[in-house]
Write a protein that binds this ligand. Sequence first.
Ligand code: NAP
Length: 348
Amino acid sequence: WKFLRVTPKQSFLIIFFPVFYSGLNFIDLMVRQGNIDNPPKTPLVPGFECSGIVEALGDSVKGFEIGDRVMAFVNYSAWAEVVCTPVEFVYKIPDDMSFSEAAAFPMNFVTAYMMLFEVANLREGMSVLVHSAGGGVGQAVAQLCSTIPNVTVFGTASSFKHEAIKDSVTHLFDRNADYVQEVKRISTDGVDIVLDCLCGENTGKGLSLLKPLGTYILYGSSNMVTGETKSFFSFAKSWWQVEKVNPIKLYEENKVIAGFSLLNLLFKQNRGGLIKGVMDKLLNLYNNKKIKPVVDSLWALEEVKEAMQRIHDRGNIGKLILDVEKAPTPLVRNSSKEDNEKLTSNQY
Ligand SMILES: NC(=O)c1ccc[n+]([C@@H]2O[C@H](COP(=O)([O-])OP(=O)(O)OC[C@H]3O[C@@H](n4cnc5c(N)ncnc54)[C@H](OP(=O)(O)O)[C@@H]3O)[C@@H](O)[C@H]2O)c1
């Protein structure tokens, strides 16, 4: 967990900062289980996003100063006391945003924004289906949909979350319900955009729900994670259930099928510049109070096992954050409105 403080190599465009908070994402569970393509060799420090204060800069870095409050994407190693990352993945934190909110912001909101606006072209009057609607990305999707007039959001989530998220999702279904029938009952011709992070049989279901000219986006495979350890059975079952895509059928039915991976876009496909532009738009929405990260709970680095277990148990509403300074003892979201507000405020 611990990093030595060293001087950044002056020739690199890098920023070096002590971390205050790091985001814990579903992908971190998949990394730990080796459920991703080309998992890195162990030992490794996980984590893809964090917030802190700039401590040192490469000598050609422009636009940042020592002491700036920043959030960043990191290609692993964000769950640490200090990170070093290229300047193209670093963003200034607005004055009104707390460090804990900043650690909850980049992954969820950039993913949601890219899918809705860059891939699917969400416009007024459209409808969107999103799974895991109470999770980090799910809540970001719901909030971004609310920035466009008259967008209908269909969401699936565990039932106990429905009360907490009902204002952000137009039609909520239990995750075990037959959501295809439920959606068709409300909207006979289906939906414009399906965001599928589950994969497996949901691919065929999502495609079947698309209106003509609708877009299905696969962006995750949560179904492959069943417990603390990898299950080859669930992995095989999920892939077996994936719909075989026939391009001729897509053409006949006027449907679009797409995939989205933010980490590949950033770290393998060199699109940091594009994401900077998206972050500017998102921070503008944040400053105008249109969006705000939902923080589920804060955990010490030493509590990461329990924090991960909370996601495995489907207990989270919004994002889990690792607090580098925190002594172990979880602060868990409780059902009272007052406590929920406390968890999403700057107090932590
Ligand atoms: N492609 C990309 O660039 C990208 C970027 C970020 C995230 N993602 C993907 O988006 C999805 C959501 O990510 P997130 O970080 O915001 O996580 P999250 O939604 O907060 O993840 C936790 C929730 O996922 C649901 N879930 C579905 N299948 C599950 C399973 N097998 N085990 C445990 N929980 C399961 C549960 O909610 P319910 O029980 O309420 O359904 C759980 O509370 C993940 O699939 C992630 O890999 C993709």
